[in-house]
Ligand binder design. Sequence first.
Ligand code: IPM
Ligand code: MG
Length: 359
Amino acid sequence: MKLKIAVLAGDGIGPEIMEQGVAVMSAVADKFGHDVSYKDALCGAHAIDEVGDPFPEETFQTCMDADAVLFASVGDPKFDNNPSAKVRPEQGLLAMRKKLGLYANIRPVETFDCLVHKSPLKDELVKGADFICIRELTGGMYFGKKQEPTVNADGIEDALDTNYYSRPEVERILRVGYQYARQRRKHLTVVDKANVLASSRLWRKVAQEIMGEYPDVTTDFMYVDNAAMRMIQEPKFFDVMVTENTFGDILTDEGSCITGSMGLLPSASTGEHTPVFEPIHGSWPQGKGLNIANPLAQILSVAMLYEYFGLKEEGSLIREAVNASLDQNVRTPEIQVEGGAKYGTKEVGKWIVDYIRNK
Ligand code: IPM
Ligand code: MG
């Protein structure tokens, strides 16, 4: 297969993990005879520094011309504690999601048996937990009408975000949820706050209308506060959950830590234009340049990319290599066993590339 990949390495540890992601992608392409080409593009703080825009038009065009985007991470502490900064790296990510119409964010929460002990939860709760959160990504409060902090007519400073959803936006993401549920254990949990929020009542109404079209899937409804609790009490309850943008943001951070391995979770964002594959973690500025960042989430994002194009064996080989590296304790410091050898970002990446080449 011929694949054109836009490479958006971004900030912090982004370029280091991306280097390993691309190396793995190329090793797999060589092995299976795919013709993969790459084009780098600027985004995030890096792009603000260079061209004053966190998602420049040129980057957008590179993404539109590509078959897929491989994205690493954006963010820089110099923007974090400055509420009056005019542009922020994160706006680049949001612009990318909106302009590429990436309404479906697929975040698998998978456990690796050898890392279960890293979870803050008891082993028996975590072992075998395996679910997917489908997060709506281009609507809700993130993109609804906003008013930045302003002093109003009564002399009181106020601000506003609007949690707007339309029926078509809700329906299409629910259908993505059903498609995934059908390929898995056929259990869909719609997470909302329909006891309080009007937008959630729309979600529930639409879900109740379409659920009859999926009689093979068990649908249940859960309030988000309850879902947050259930995720730590009984993570194995879930198979596929589907939820709005803001709830999905929060719940997927929770999900990533129950597995004990935030640095290992990849994601895919799909929708109207080019799909994007990225780790769910951020740019970890403290780890930048130290060769200690875990490249596995980026590498597993490459697996998701291949799988998206129906290249199952390619994806499986990457997963196999990742599992082998963990089994052999070829691990970055944050997941290394006591007394285990020291491996950096580069060494883990190289080990996985060699495994793929020698297979
Ligand atoms: C995520 C991140 C982003 C979000 C930030 C960086 C804007 O937390 O992808 O979950 O809130 O969506
Ligand atoms: Mg988040």
